[in-house]
Design a protein around this ligand. Structure first.
Ligand code: NI
Length: 223
C-alpha cells in the first residue's frame, strides 16, 4: 500500500525548516547510502554534525507522531534516521531498494519509507519520486508539507531535477506489524470502524469491529 498524506507539516514548521536548511551544512548523500545505492545516489544531505539537525528532526518526528493517518497506516514501532536531502539541478537518485536495516541508534528494520516534501512543486522542475509497483510505476511530487509513505521493499528512484531545488525529509519506519498485507487489512478495518463510529456512534457493530481490530493487532503485532 502506498499512501499520500497532506498537511503533515504546518506553514510555521515548513518556514522553520526552510530557514534552517538554507544555512545548513550539506554533504554528499553517498555517505549514507548502501554500497549499491551509492552508485546511483547523487544528492546532498544535511551533515550529521550540523547543529540544527536535532531540532529539525524533532519537528518532523513530532509531526509524524501527531498524524492520525500515518499512525493508522504505519503502526510505527520506531522511526529511523530522519535525513534532509537537497537536490540541485542535475541531481537524481537512480533506481534502488532501501537497506533492510537502517540507523544505529536505534537500529531498525525498514518496513516503510517516507518522503516528506518541503517545497512546493512549482519551485522546481523534475524531481518526482517514482515507485515501481506490480501495477506499474507511480510518480509522486506533492505539495509542501505532504508526504508519501511506501513499502521499503520496492524499487524506487528520484528523477533528475531540471530547475530549482528539491528539498525533502526522508525517514524509515519499523512497524509493529511486519507483514504489509496484514498492515493493510488493519488499516482498512480501522478506517471502516471509524466511519461506523462517525455515522452511528458506539453501536454493537462498532464494538465487534473494535474487538476484531484489537485481537488482530494482538495476533499480528510484535513488540
Ligand atoms: Ni530509497
Amino acid at each position: 500500500m502506498i499512501i499520500s498524506i497532506a498537511n503533515v507539516l504546518g506553514e510555521d514548521e515548513l518556514a522553520a525548516l526552510e530557514a534552517q536548511l538554507a544555512n545548513g551544512h550539506f554533504i554528499d548523500g553517498k555517505d549514507t547510502a548502501g554500497w549499491h545505492a551509492r552508485l546511483v545516489k547523487h544528492n546532498a544531505q544535511l551533515a550529521g554534525d550540523d547543529p540544527a539537525l536535532p531540532q529539525l528532526r524533532a519537528i518532523v518526528q513530532r509531526a509524524l507522531l501527531r498524524n492520525t493517518l500515518f499512525q493508522m497506516a504505519a503502526i510505527p514501532k520506531a522511526i529511523g534516521p530522519i535525513l534532509f536531502s537537497r537536490y540541485d539541478v542535475g541531481m537524481a537518485y537512480g533506481r534502488h531498494v532501501d537497506n533492510a536495516f537502517m540507523g544505529s541508534d536505534p537500529r531498525i528494520r525498514s518496513d516503510l519509507s517516507l518522503t516528506l516534501f518541503l517545497r512546493s512543486p512549482t519551485h522546481y522542475g523534475g524531481g518526482e519520486l517514482v515507485i515501481e509497483t506490480t501495477q506499474g510505476e507511480e510518480a509522486f511530487k506533492l505539495e509542501a508539507g505532504a508526504m508519501v509513505l511506501y513499502p521499503s521493499s520496492t524499487l524506487h528512484r528520484v528523477e533528475p531535477v531540471e530547475s530549482g531545488v528539491r528539498l525533502v525529509a526522508v525517514a524509515w519506519v519499523q512497524s509493529l506489524v511486519k507483514d504489509p498485507l496484514e498492515r493493510e487489512l488493519l488499516f482498512d478495518l480501522e478506517t471502516a470502524r471509524q466511519g461506523i463510529f462517525a455515522k452511528d456512534g458506539k453501536t454493537a457493530e462498532f464494538d465487534l469491529l473494535s474487538k476484531s481490530y484489537a485481537n488482530l493487532l494482538r495476533r499480528w503485532g510484535e513488540l
